[in-house]
Design a protein around this ligand. Structure first.
Ligand SMILES: Nc1ncnc2c1ncn2[C@@H]1O[C@H](COP(=O)(O)OP(=O)(O)O)[C@@H](O)[C@H]1O
Ligand SMILES: [Mg+2]
Length: 263
């Protein structure tokens, strides 16, 4: 199987100071990697380096056998908080179309018909066939996230980098987005790296899991990586609960991380 991403002895710096070190992994084409770690662990940093946006690193990093910069045409990156100005009244279809227009580096007054058709298909693919004409700002959180997925898909990437696509969504919206991600994996075979605090909705599609906390703690198949002692090494010695972004996560057994009620 061909490797989509290979990192060997990768250390990433900001202004000469290491932010994330000892990163070693190989991700095969078509596989999905779930990237876990507490706030400030370096998750976004790793995604941005793979996307070719941050270049201060040492060691080897290959994306489809190229440097991240050379591989940018194959990669779509969906940042955690989208940078769309919601005061600009764009429809869902226009937001998705932007994914194709930016990629080509052309500015249009009018979006070409061919791109609108592709955008409509991409919306349909993520289960939002009927909402193309609606203002983006009026959509629910789960719908917005799926519009952003469609926008990332329209350029036909080989690698999708998703920064906390489930954050700030209620459980049913999380399930909708997780199901769209699952479809991207099964129907399109796109390699994905997904950062998440809530691993449960994504466990089905995770072929590999990486836990990081300023350095790589572990990388492997979910059953091997999600061990109690490893979780503790990442999140500290707290027995079976972890708190991330104000939410309490409980760890029961070696596979289940679920949100418990804060006492
Ligand atoms: N632009 C930046 N300049 C300097 N330090 C940064 C920058 N972005 C992130 N960092 C630092 O790098 C570390 C990892 O941050 P980040 O990748 O955002 O973590 P995560 O996404 O896991 O919460 C943190 O200590 C953060 O303060
Ligand atoms: Mg982050």
């Amino acid at each position: 199987m061909k490797e989509a991403v290979v990192a060997r002895n990768l250390t990433i710096y900001y202004g000469g100071k290491p932010a994330l070190s000892d990163v070693n992994f190989e991700l095969s084409e078509g596989n999905t990697l779930l990237l876990l770690g507490p706030n400030g662990a370096g998750k976004t940093t790793l995604l941005r380096v793979i996307a070719g946006f941050h270049r201060e690193y040492q060691g080897e990093l290959l994306v489809f056998g190229r440097t991240p910069l050379e591989a940018r045409e194959f990669v779509s990156y969906v940042p955690q908080s989208h940078s769309l100005n919601e005061k600009v009244p764009l429809t869902a279809l226009e937001v998705v179309s932007m994914g194709a227009i930016y990629k080509r580096g052309i500015l249009h007054r009018k979006i070409p018909e061919e791109i609108l058709e592709r955008a409509a298909k991409a919306l349909e693919f993520v289960g939002l066939g009927g909402i193309g004409g609606k203002p983006f700002s009026n959509l629910s959180g789960g719908q917005k996230q799926r519009v952003l997925l469609a926008r990332a898909l329209i350029s036909d990437p080989k690698l999708l980098l998703l920064d906390e696509p489930l954050s700030a969504l209620d459980p049913s919206a999380k399930a909708e987005v997780a199901s769209a991600l699952s479809k991207i994996k099964s129907k399109r075979g796109i390699t994905m790296i997904i950062t998440t605090h809530d691993i449960n909705p994504l466990l089905d599609i995770g072929d590999r899991v990486m836990l990081i906390n300023k350095r790589m703690i572990t990388f492997g198949k979910p059953d091997d990586a999600l061990k109690d002692e490893i979780i503790k090494a990442v999140y500290g010695p707290l027995a079976r609960t972890i708190k991330v972004e104000d939410k309490l996560y409980c760890i029961t057994g070696d596979l289940h991380i679920f949100r418990g009620e804060k006492k």
